[in-house]
Write a protein that binds this ligand. Structure first.
Ligand code: CAA
Length: 258
């Protein structure tokens, strides 16, 4: 498959997608989101891949949905055709972990895309925000829903209503990102984390992702039940036997289902 708006490569068992529209700070248009979904879905189906990383450039992870592309849309265009965000949730259907490596701006749809990933590692130059209010719109790809869950209602309201940017240290304090590193380390840090994940047994990796996602997306009682059932089911895998046996024998586990 040839892509025009993203770069796709493999590093060991890690699939890397780099958003690549530098002239517009990786503004997210329909083509880019389709290509991103296709690339991630292909990695998800590839037995040689255990985790994925999505990144942008030093200046921008992504500066949001493509304003030039949507400036003249009417209500009927966006409602009926679901233009702008129709293919954005593909990333949430991917069952293997996806890490966002964010340097520079992650604004509007860029911030929403980062939040659709399973976790965010960012550089100390990263800036997050939902500036849609300045354009006379509101976030349209999950910003009003994922931000309050990720960083509290207070900060979500602040960002969505003022349109201000949040720097990396505020994002870390608020719980939006899992790690903050120097810009030149950011991508490698994410690839290293993905490499660690890809070394584990894939059923436990996928079930851990599904279970944490449940906590984030549904009520606590449902999430607890879901986690319990996933936990029980892992006792049917040979990797659980191997993992625990290896611990007791004080050696590294040799997982079969990677
Ligand atoms: N869409 C289209 N083009 C964009 C863009 C976007 N979201 N963001 C930046 N660009 C373009 C600029 O128009 C500019 O193009 P030209 O060189 O042809 O003029 C180029 O990228 C570089 O941008 P700037 O000159 O503005 O760079 P800067 O360093 O001065 O500012 C910035 C950087 C603060 C990120 C600024 O570009 C900016 O505010 N961008 C828009 C951010 C935004 O409003 N995002 C929300 C979009 S709506 C959305 O995402 C809806 C949703 O929820 C799905």
């Amino acid at each position: 498959m040839t892509y025009e708006t993203i770069l796709v490569e493999t590093i060991g068992r890690v699939g890397l997608v780099t958003l690549n529209r530098p002239q517009v700070l990786n503004a997210l248009n329909d083509q880019l989101m389709t290509e991103l979904g296709t690339a991630l879905t292909a990695f998800d189906a590839d037995e040689n891949i255990g985790a994925m990383v999505v990144t942008g450039s030093d200046k921008a992870f992504a500066a949001g949905a493509d304003i030039a592309a949507m400036a003249n849309y009417s209500y009927m265009d966006v409602y009926k055709g679901e233009y702008i965000t129709r293919n954005w949730e593909t990333i949430r259907q991917v069952r293997k972990p996806v890490i966002a490596a964010v340097r520079g701006f992650a604004l509007g749809g860029g911030c929403e895309l980062a939040m659709m990933c399973d976790f965010i590692i960012c550089s100390d130059t990263a800036k997050f925000g939902q500036p849609e209010i300045k354009l006379g719109i509101i976030p349209g790809a999950g910003g009003t829903q994922r931000l309050p869950r990720a960083i509290s209602k207070a900060k979500a309201m602040d960002l969505c209503l003022t349109g201000r940017m949040m720097d990396a240290s505020e994002a870390e304090r608020a719980g939006l990102v899992s790690r903050v590193v120097a810009p030149e380390q950011c991508l490698q840090e994410a690839i290293d984390a993905a490499t660690v994940i890809a070394s584990y047994s894939i059923p436990s990796v996928m079930m851990a992702k599904e279970s944490v996602s449940r906590a984030y997306e549904g009520p606590l009682s449902e999430g607890m039940l879901f986690e319990r059932r996933m936990f029980h089911s892992l006792f049917g895998t040979e990797d659980q036997k191997e993992g625990m046996k290896a611990f007791l024998e004080k050696r590294k586990p040799d997982f079969k289902n990677k």
